[in-house]
Design a binder for this molecule. Structure first.
Ligand code: UD1
Length: 359
């Protein structure tokens, strides 16, 4: 059996690390890894392959730094060429990026079954490129692996019981990754070592809905500057955000460091007091490491974090961000609840997929 996996952006490397390790240990199952090239900086891509021991991609399509149409279109064309050469039994994609959609679309038109990991998530905000990518990918997928019951409920509400795709509740592979890699020996990079032992707030911003709207970005930065007066704020700065901040003249008073690899991110998550982010993955990683999270967006796909009081979705209003910060710093949370499958998602997914393809 041959599985062809398409990855391209940072969060997909983390998820692929989990499944690639399981596939490598299955007799009779081969994986061909394709990297679209969407993320290409050493600290956005190579470092994940090295420290998470992800197999080297057989193909790197080198498609990046383009608008949505050109990026998705060129990926589609190149993935189709690879599929013609490799003729896999199934194509595996993760999440909601342009790489996800391009992979799923290329395979589906060639009648190759598509497996989608992280299916069924919805923000209900069709302004987000990720929402469009995930809805289209789900609709053309044959095997939909849902991390949560909320994701299953979304698919049901959209009528997926009437479609051909089969959906499964699998748990979240990001929890498997967190549990596996937190035990891996690792020396922190210089910028993480330099932070010392002072308590800090860990922050990331990269969503187009924040970076590409100057008033939203400046409102977030104002809140972070204010919080930084009492508690150190540390932002790992995504290349998209870096370019925009450099060109905007915004006054940043908190600590900025370059993007870090997965193992350093785990260290930061363990050491920080609280997380503030517009990332999807980091909201859950905060919970895995028992840290509260303030989500700098108007919606979240990870509704169970909010329902259980671990996460507050506050948008970008400077006062609301500070209020949420004050709330979490004065409230003790109990993180005992198991929301994402307890680290068994990868095995669930591969067992189900192999059985389904073998049928
Ligand atoms: C993409 C995904 C987003 C995901 C995020 C994780 C889409 C539509 N968006 O957003 O869902 O949460 O990845 O990080 O697929 N850049 C670099 N070096 C890199 C990578 C990017 O300089 O290694 C630059 C690009 O040239 C571009 C900008 O950063 O100017 C944005 O990159 P892009 O891949 O378009 O989207 P992300 O914002 O990373």
């Amino acid at each position: 059996m041959k599985i062809l996996t398409v990855v391209g952006a940072r969060p997909q490397f983390v998820k692929a690390a989990v499944l690639s390790r399981i596939i490598a240990n299955r007799a009779g199952v081969d994986e061909v890894l394709v990297h679209t090239g969407q993320h290409y900086d050493a600290n956005m891509s190579d470092i994940f392959f090295e420290e998470m021991e992800i197999p080297k991609p057989k193909y790197n399509l080198d498609v990046n730094s383009l608008g949505h149409g050109a990026m998705t279109g060129r990926m589609l064309e190149k993935i189709e060429e690879v599929l013609n050469i490799e003729k896999p039994d199934v194509l595996l994609v993760y999440g909601d990026t342009n790489s996800t959609l391009a992979g799923a679309l290329a395979a589906k038109k060639m009648h190759i079954p598509v497996a989608h990991v992280e299916a069924g998530l919805r923000s209900f905000n069709m302004q987000m490129p990720e929402e469009i990518n995930r809805i289209l990918t789900d609709r053309i997928s044959d095997f939909l692996f849902c991390p949560t019951q909320a994701a299953i409920d979304n698919l049901k509400a959209e009528g997926f019981d009437n479609f051909d795709g089969q959906y499964f509740l699998s748990g979240d592979v990001m929890q498997d990754a967190a549990m596996f890699y937190k035990n891996k020996a690792h020396t922190a990079c210089e910028s993480v070592q330099n932070l010392g032992d002072e308590p800090f707030v860990l922050c990331t911003i990269h969503r187009q809905e924040n970076t590409d709207h100057p008033e939203r970005l400046s409102s977030i930065i104002n809140a972070l500057n204010t919080i930084n007066e009492s508690t150190k704020v540390v932002m790992t700065v995504h290349p998209r955000t870096k370019k925009i901040i450099e060109n905007s003249g915004l006054n940043i008073q908190f600590t900025c460091i370059d993007p870090v690899g997965y193992l350093d991110m785990i260290l930061l998550l363990q050491k920080c007091q609280l997380v503030m982010t517009d990332s999807g993955g980091l909201q859950k990683e905060a919970y895995f490491f028992h840290k509260p999270c303030i989500t700098l967006r108007d919606q979240t796909e990870w509704v169970e974090l909010v329902e259980n009081g671990y996460n507050r979705v506050v948008g970008v209003d400077s006062n609301k961000i500070q209020e949420a910060y004050a709330y979490f710093t004065s409230t003790k949370l109990n993180f005992e609840k198991e929301l994402y499958g307890g680290g068994q998602a990868g095995v669930n997914i591969i067992n189900t997929l192999i059985a389904a393809i073998a049928k």
